[in-house]
Write a protein that binds this ligand. Structure first.
Ligand code: DX5
Ligand code: ZN
Length: 230
């Protein structure tokens, strides 16, 4: 995976048909998705449960590009090996998931894959002060994690701007997760984000048997974000 600062759209399969993950992953890639965002929830770190490494490994076979796995689990360290073996290209853990995020990121990078760190809306950028040299991606949560379809939290735009300044010329992606639409995408793209996760904003109006709306939604988010950068 080589670093590119271009805008990337990462549909979250949290909004897909859970009985059809393979076909849904193929459909969103065919409709122009750059990355596939996979939300892992444990009912403990967040108040919702999705799936674990076995499902990620099964999905992997249906993804040609980047599998971007977002771990909303605590504890997290005991599961890093399993998600790396499941084929994650990017593996992201939350800074709030426990006292040992530094060790967690070391473990992820130890597998030769990209390490991401996610920040909840209430967590300041200062929490990354001693981590930026060991991450490939920072995920700024623009909703409280746990559910799709929530409203974008505008206070996070300042956080993205502050983060972009701190990152400087390091090859680190800034990912936005939650409430991304053609209306909110330009706000975060202008502030310095390059990976836009969108669940409900991509899957609305479409299905595996009628995937064209996925493409319409992806193109609308991408065009709005790219226009804000120009
Ligand atoms: C929230 C997840 C997100 C979620 C985004 O906890 O991490 O990836 O699926 O969904 P939307 O785009 O609908 O806000
Ligand atoms: Zn996510």
């Amino acid at each position: 995976m080589t670093f590119s600062p271009a805008i990337k759209i990462a549909p979250s399969i949290l909004s897909a048909d859970f009985a059809n993950f393979g076909a849904e992953c193929e459909a969103i890639e065919a409709q122009g998705a750059d990355w596939v965002h996979v939300d892992v929830m444990d009912g403990h770190f967040v108040p919702n449960i999705t799936f674990g490494p076995a499902t990620c490994a099964a999905i992997r076979k249906h993804i040609k590009g980047v599998m971007d796995v977002h771990l909303m689990i605590a504890p997290v360290d005991a599961y890093i090996d399993a998600f790396a073996r499941a084929g994650a290209d990017v593996l992201t853990a939350h800074v709030e998931a426990g006292p040992h995020i530094h060790r967690t990121l070391q473990a992820i990078r130890g597998h030769g894959i990209k390490a991401g760190v996610a920040l909840n809306p209430g967590t300041p950028v200062e929490s990354l002060d001693y981590l930026l040299d060991m991450v490939d991606l920072v995920c700024v949560m623009t909703v409280n994690p746990g559910f799709g379809g929530q409203r974008f939290i505008h206070s996070q735009i300042d956080k993205v701007r502050a983060l972009r300044a701190r990152i400087g010329d390091r090859p680190i992606h800034i990912e936005i997760d939650g409430g991304v639409t053609p209306e909110t995408a330009p706000l975060v793209a202008a502030a310095g984000a390059d990976v836009l996760v969108a669940g409900s904003g991509v899957f609305k109006g479409g299905s595996v048997s009628d995937p064209a709306p996925y493409g319409v939604n992806i193109r609308a988010i991408r065009a709005a974000a790219e226009a804000a950068r120009a």
